[in-house]
Design a protein around this ligand. Sequence first.
Ligand code: GCB
Length: 607
Amino acid sequence: MRKSGLTTACLLLFFAAFPSLQAQQATTLLVDVDHRQQTSLNGPWHYIVDPYRNGWGNQPDKPNLNGYAKNGTPVPGGALQEYDFAQSPTLQVPGDWNSQKPELFFYEGMLWYQRNFDYQPKPHTRVFLHFGAVNYAAHVFVDDSYICQHEGGFTPFDCEITGVVKPGANFVVVAADNQRQAERVPGIKTDWWNYGGITREVSLVEVPESFIDDYSLQLQKGTKNHLDGYVHVVGAAAGQKVTIHIPELKVEQTAETDSAGKAAFSFSADGLQLWSPESPTLYGVDLRAGSDALKDDVGFRTVEVKGEQVWLNGKPLFLRGICIHAEAPYRSGRAWSEKDAETLLGWAHELDANFVRLAHYPHDEHMTRVADKMGLLVWSEIPVYWGNAWTNPHTFDVASQQLHEMIRRDNNKASVIMWSMSNETPISPERTEFIGKLAELARQQDSTRLITSAMVIPHRGADNKTIVMDDPLGKYLDVLGYNEYFGWYSDKPSEIAGIKWENPMRKPLIVSEFGAGAKAGLHKDADYRFSEEYQANVFEQQFQMLNNIPSLAGMTPWVLMDFRSPMRQLPGIQDYYNRKGLLSDKGEKKQTFSALRDYYKHRKQQP
Ligand code: GCB
């Protein structure tokens, strides 16, 4: 293996040679990457922890950086040879750094990753480095070039390296920075672990010079077989032919690109079986534009709001849901693999759920792919959470960018029916304007799905027993999500059943969180906090209350599995885990798991 190294001396030398070098924000965003020609860059990457940001350079605000030598080796005799990738330890990619190395458990800040790779450029081909996600900010270099940067820890990005990558040996360096900052999204405080690093898969993706970067194909509302959509082709001249072929439906449609590279489609597909939780039918869809071809597996369904109900495929349905964090089952750390997705969603299925709230940020694409296959409906959310810098334009840009990337990636997933703008944000005019604007953007980008947010109970009526759901944010939403913790953070468990809900906006309501902590295996009576009995009793009381809310369209109790949080330290009970899971972090089912399953089985029988 060729040696490559990072030295601060090299960095400064490089900076002297290219003082004004700036990398672009990654702008291309390829949909359906997992069906593309890819070379995986998963595996061990060398790393250098850089708490003092030595690899960054002198100017804190500007990426005047380049953390590696042109030839990939430390400068002989250089003053700071201690920064040498080749001699540095490795981390597995994908994977957060916190759960791989005990010394990085609490680490937040900058960490440099490096790996070598071989590549043979092909004529008339463009090549991208695709990252499933890097938490939080990423700066990407290939050989002697600073290629791109990206902000936002849970969404994908693609950095073009055509013309930069050379025949034979190359190397890639990524500076990942998960320092919490007030203007970032999320901001300073979250009730989950700020897992850092290259947390999702990385690959090289090759496409022809002119290629499909985006497409959409959706069932038209009010119909059972009419599909509308578009295919967008980068580098296409107006009038280029684009075809959509759905072999199983014997559909073959052709359209031409306009001057912006977009080809619009609208056609009927006879014999179409709709996608639903009971019957999650997916069709192979082949797209072709010039020399580019893309395949996907797509389901077709409609979702809409009628009165206080959510309708799927023209019929009302009750959303029997559960919240899920992207915490890896059994081993802890960030979940990222297809197997993780199958385990987490498999448990949701076992509960007889038809709906999952993927909290509090976009999860790995395996989750929505597996949800498509299993027939689970999905609420997908951006990490606008608790306090954010509502008046900071950068914060808004980063939030809207994450929204855009979330929608773009999963636009063709039938499972995803709701985009959530936020979670538990304190009411103020600035926050309502901020999130209201996000909701408008979401609607512009996708008119086929519902817009929601998880809100906090704003206030109670004079009797102190009636919840009034009048958060002004509700006006921007199709579905109202409200979180409550009766029986845990407020009210006694015995008081829950008597609580009433008032819905002045007359929109569908999802109780988007409720729950109580329990340590798996701790058995006491139902008054004993953190016992399985206490948690199960809170759920039983909640069921009684929920049965009496006429506008209840669904519920997503908190939370499927215990997850790591620095806020949850109680020794012997929490040990850095939020214990509100129905399963422990080791996959042990608590009593409440079967209580919720029984409730859902019963609820399913009701009209
Ligand atoms: C909430 C938050 C969630 C927390 C949960 C808790 O309201 O939305 O992120 O983890 O409460 O356990 O307190």
